[in-house]
Design a protein around this ligand. Structure first.
Ligand code: 1GP
Length: 255
């Protein structure tokens, strides 16, 4: 794929180069309807949200295409797929986080499902962003650790996280996603974010259990380039604006 076609990835890299931080709202397709997402999109535009992530470990509804089409009808925010399985690929999105679960040792999620879905992904024409997906212990078993059948990285093992991310980067992955899992009791510790982001050059996405603007701000100051929030926003949509402001004011060089 040519550089021009890597529009979404280039936006990650450009923001990182400027020290600007990005905010991604995670939408679980099972928790919205094509009719309800328009209002959510409007709120995200108003808050200057940078990306809309779509996906979940388990998606049981079948309206993903329609949900994305409705989002696109209401806003220009890039829609990025964050799929829990190959069935969650939609050609209507702008880009795909092509996740390899590098914190785990389940070959299916490291390469197996990628092989099975490779032809369909290629045919979709989606911008593919290879991503080292690292699940970190969030204090309680999460859907992602159960479904993936892998052990998360212990939250106090910063060096394991660092070496995992370094290996991912050296293997050629373009993004690192550190995830404590949706609804995690404890978000990723700042010390781990700091350790990873100070040693890898590729953008670092952080999510899982972030519930307030303060935590988002601290995560950015620790080195996260993109903050992802899903659950907390589902409960209180006013957080979209508050967290977006916190993320955007945490730009490197601004106290
Ligand atoms: C989960 O990182 C995302 O994969 C977001 O988590 O839903 O807890 O915000 P939350």
């Amino acid at each position: 794929m040519s550089i021009l076609m890597q529009k979404v990835y280039n936006s990650f890299v450009e923001k990182k180069a400027k020290g600007a931080k990005a905010f991604a709202v995670l939408i679980d397709p099972d928790k919205v309807t094509p009719q309800s997402v328009g209002a959510l999109a409007t709120k995200c535009v108003d808050a200057k949200v940078d990306y809309l992530y779509l996906g979940g470990s388990l998606v049981v509804t079948e309206h993903l295409d329609e949900v994305i089409q409705q989002l696109k009808a209401h806003c220009d925010i890039p829609v990025v797929l964050f799929p829990g399985s190959p069935s969650q690929v939609s050609r209507y999105a702008d880009a795909l986080l092509y996740l390899s679960l590098i914190s785990g040792r389940n070959p299916e999620l490291l390469i197996g499902q990628h092989v099975v879905s490779a032809a369909a992904v290629k045919k979709s024409g989606l911008e593919v962003m290879s991503t080292g997906y690292m699940v970190v212990d969030g204090g309680a078993p999460t859907t992602v650790s159960y479904i993936s059948n892998t052990a998360p990285i212990p939250a106090d093992k910063d060096d394991i996280a660092l070496c995992t991310a370094l290996a991912g980067e050296m293997l050629g992955l373009k993004l690192i996603y550190m995830d404590a899992g949706s609804g995690a009791r404890k978000p990723i510790p700042e010390s781990m974010i700091q350790r990873v982001s100070s040693h890898v050059g590729i953008p670092v996405i952080v999510g899982g259990g972030i519930k307030d603007p303060e935590k988002a701000y601290l995560n950015c100051k620790a080195g996260a380039d993109v903050i992802v929030v899903g659950n907390a926003i589902e409960k209180d949509a006013s957080l979209i604006k508050e967290i977006a402001n916190a993320v955007h004011t945490s730009k490197v060089g601004v106290k």
